[in-house]
Design a binder for this molecule. Structure first.
Ligand code: NAI
Length: 422
């Protein structure tokens, strides 16, 4: 029996088409690993719950875990990122899905609880909401050993778990999959980098000649700065980390405090994982340029102070799906993408499947690793084994038909030794 609540089961056919498109662009997750999982069933007897953006790529991760023998439960990790057609198609394939686009905060947590009610053995989170809920509301799943280990997909989630670990309240073995090389150097940089397309989709805006303010110069934001410059924008970067700021400066961007950048920015895109990157004050709002586009690609909707902007605006006018014109008391207009939520997921289907292939290959192989090593795992922050990271790298290269060199024995001994010098 499949347990589910989705928006409209009638969308399943359209969802299957989307899953097929992604499958063909995810050779490692949806072909190589899935084929092996089908044969070996390494996840047999395991229940896996994912709190992830329910997209066509996540759908293919769910199919691969199911092919490996797991019972899979899925809920959304953001109220606006669920692709309803994909959710409906997955239900038809026997995956338990509790997700629909536009759910309220209360519904969001209801969906998480439905997944936890299934007594999952592995939790795959994106932003930490499911695992934190398990700690707060389902402690018996941790105490009685039902939950073997957990995986986290994004930077913000990893930061929350590091904080829990530091305070001694993280009670499960936690693998920060986000921190694997095959994840954040590709998904975050390339995927979110290309996410500026969401601003283009939202407003049909020409980047060339515009001043584009990128807040942050981390994995996601440096990718966004590069793409915005490639489209001909004059890019300004704001940072709080001196080394990141230097990297941005030496990469040729203007770097300045946000108060100096706001009055001249035509497009502002945030991806910092921080709160109130634009401070929620009248002074800051009045500093914004008339017609500015505001888009956030960080995990939560508080980088751009959405709630306070809505309160400050005298009129909020939806101008297209998930794009609003906010008219300020002085008549100034600003354009908010995706209600301040992950604009790339809300407005343009999230990261390309090719890049999610690597993230979800890691999640698939880590699920297998957890089952194999379940008796050895201790609560706290762990690390994705380098061999799994490398394996994903090699598989991706192979799938792309790219060959590389390998070290000779002499070279290996040289770079791992100290005897040879001047
Ligand atoms: P990161 O840690 O590599 O980069 C964040 C950067 O922002 C750091 O350099 C930090 O110094 C800077 N920063 C922090 N507070 C700031 C402030 N107030 N003003 C200016 N800069 C500030 O993190 P990463 O991997 O780039 O992730 C950023 C956010 O994007 C996280 O919330 C993450 O969960 C999310 N994310 C979103 C994705 C999407 O699909 N939209 C995909 C992957 C991550």
């Amino acid at each position: 029996m499949v347990n589910y609540k989705v928006a409209d089961e009638g969308l399943a056919e359209k969802g299957s088409e989307a899953l097929y498109i992604a499958e063909n662009k995810m050779p490692i997750t949806a072909k190589i690993i899935r084929k092996r999982f089908e044969k070996e069933k390494p996840l047999k007897g395991t229940t896996i719950a994912g709190c992830l953006h329910v997209t066509k790529e996540t759908g293919n991760l769910a199919r691969t875990l199911k092919a490996g023998g797991a019972e899979v439960y899925l809920c959304g990790s953001n109220p606006l990122s669920t692709q309803d057609d994909v959710a409906a198609a997955l239900v038809k394939e026997g995956i338990n899905v509790f997700a629909w686009h536009g759910n309220t905060d209360e519904e969001f947590y209801w969906c998480i609880r439905q997944c936890l009610n299934a007594r999952p053995n592995i939790l795959i989170d994106d932003g930490a909401d499911m695992i934190v809920t398990a700690h707060k509301e389902f402690p018996e799943l941790i105490e009685d050993g039902t939950i073997i280990a957990c995986q986290e997909e994004t930077t913000t989630g990893v930061k929350r778990f590091r904080a829990m670990d530091k305070q001694g309240v993280l009670k499960v073995p936690l693998f920060p999959v986000n921190d694997a090389r095959c994840k954040n150097q590709f998904d975050n940089e390339l995927g979110t980098g290309q996410g500026i397309v969401s601003a283009i989709y939202g407003m049909h805006v020409l980047f060339a000649g515009k001043v584009c303010l990128i807040c942050g110069y981390g994995h996601c934001s440096s990718g966004m700065a590069l793409r915005a410059r490639g489209l001909g924008a004059n890019v300004i970067v704001t940072e709080v980390d001196p080394i990141k700021a230097l990297q941005a400066k030496f990469a040729g961007y203007q770097v300045m405090p946000i108060t100096d950048a706001l009055p001249i920015a035509d497009i502002i895109l945030t991806a910092t994982g921080c709160k109130h990157v634009i401070a929620p004050t009248k002074e800051m709002f009045d500093n914004l340029k008339d017609g500015v586009i505001l888009g956030n690609l960080g995990h939560f909707d508080i980088e751009i102070p959405t709630k306070e902007l809505y309160e400050y605006a005298k009129q909020i006018k939806p101008i297209r799906s998930n794009v609003e014109e906010l008219i300020f008391p002085d008549g100034k207009k600003v354009y908010l993408l995706a209600k301040g939520r992950l604009a790339n997921l809300v407005l343009s289907e999230g990261h390309p499947s090719e890049v999610m292939d690597m993230s979800f290959a890691l999640q698939s192989l880590m699920s297998e690793y957890i089952v194999k090593n379940k008796d050895l795992l201790k609560p706290g922050m762990l690390t994705v084994p380098a061999e799994i990271d490398d394996q994903v790298g090699f598989l991706k290269l192979k799938a792309m038909g790219v060959e590389i060199d390998s070290l000779t024995e002499e070279q290996f001994n040289y770079i791992h030794g100290f005897h040879e010098g001047t």
